[in-house]
Design a protein around this ligand. Structure first.
Ligand SMILES: C[S@@+](CC[C@H](N)C(=O)[O-])C[C@H]1O[C@@H](n2cnc3c(N)ncnc32)[C@H](O)[C@@H]1O
Length: 248
């Protein structure tokens, strides 16, 4: 009964109080003014404390990326994180790679840097989306992204990053990308007018993603169903995932 009441209240809250906004703008602008570390980190991934953010980052880094077979054989030179947010995953990736480059569209890199400094991480570089073309061809050993592609505002954005991944991956380099799952055919994108703050907005059917990746890459692994809680091994995530290398 309590649960049903809570659900009804949440629904009413959503109808009346959640703001409808432009998708991309919300990711660019909202974190800009945040000066409180906990609030800043919560924007990217809800957390109860700064310490919890770093430990959830460790769980995700270990279970979502490191435990996969190919990870051991990846050269641990330079990695690229697409959508690093506060930096909770980058902080752990930086312990495994010589350097991690993070790209994001948000406008508060200063707070991400502060968070990384709190965790004694120095071997990283944060870049804007417009600086992607500054990454040298054949220079990145590993590209990873978690809970980011599901927040894009267009399928064109997926192609933008895939084109760069194809250009910057080394011959043996690997990309490991999580993306919003679409149980219907093709691609679905939420229209700006129907978007509520922090919702997922881009959903791709696994077959569509497979065909797209196969145009230029060799698939190492593809999973439609991803577990929601990787520690307890329960639930189903809203994301699917794909691991791939360059064809040539
Ligand atoms: C839910 S947060 C996840 C952050 C981080 N990956 C994590 O796991 O904590 C989504 C992130 O994607 C970023 N983002 C959204 N659209 C993007 C785009 N087009 N290019 C790069 N980053 C983007 C947002 O700014 C935000 O940092």
């Amino acid at each position: 009964m309590n649960k049903i009441f809570k659900k009804i209240m949440q629904y009413i809250f959503q109808i009346f109080f959640r703001k409808k906004v432009a998708i991309r703008d919300s990711w660019i602008v909202t974190p800009k003014k945040q000066r409180n570390m906990l609030e800043f980190l919560c924007w990217f991934d809800r957390t109860k404390s700064v310490v919890e953010s770093i430990s959830s980052g460790q769980v995700d880094w270990e279970h979502r990326f490191k435990r996969f077979k190919h990870f051991n054989s990846v050269t641990k030179g330079i990695a690229l994180e697409i959508g690093f947010g506060g930096g909770r995953l980058l902080a752990h990736a930086a312990k495994d790679f010589d350097k991690v480059i993070g790209v994001d569209i948000h406008q508060n890199f200063a707070m991400s840097k502060k968070f990384l400094a709190l965790n004694n991480i120095t071997n990283y570089q944060l870049i804007k989306r417009s600086e992607m073309s500054g990454i040298s061809p054949n220079s990145i050993d590993y590209v990873y992204s978690f809970i980011v592609f599901q927040h894009f505002d267009s399928f064109k954005e997926v192609k933008f990053y895939l084109d760069h991944i194809h250009r910057i991956l080394t011959n043996d380099g690997v990309a490991h990308i999580y993306f919003g799952k679409n149980n219907s055919d093709g691609v679905e994108v939420t229209k700006d007018g129907k978007f509520y703050l922090r919702d997922c907005s881009l959903f791709i059917n696994i077959k569509t993603m497979k065909s797209l990746i196969e145009e230029n890459f060799k698939i190492i692994s593809i999973k439609d169903k991803v577990v929601k809680d990787p520690v307890k091994n329960i639930g189903e995530s809203v994301q699917s995932m794909i691991i791939f290398k360059r064809l040539d």
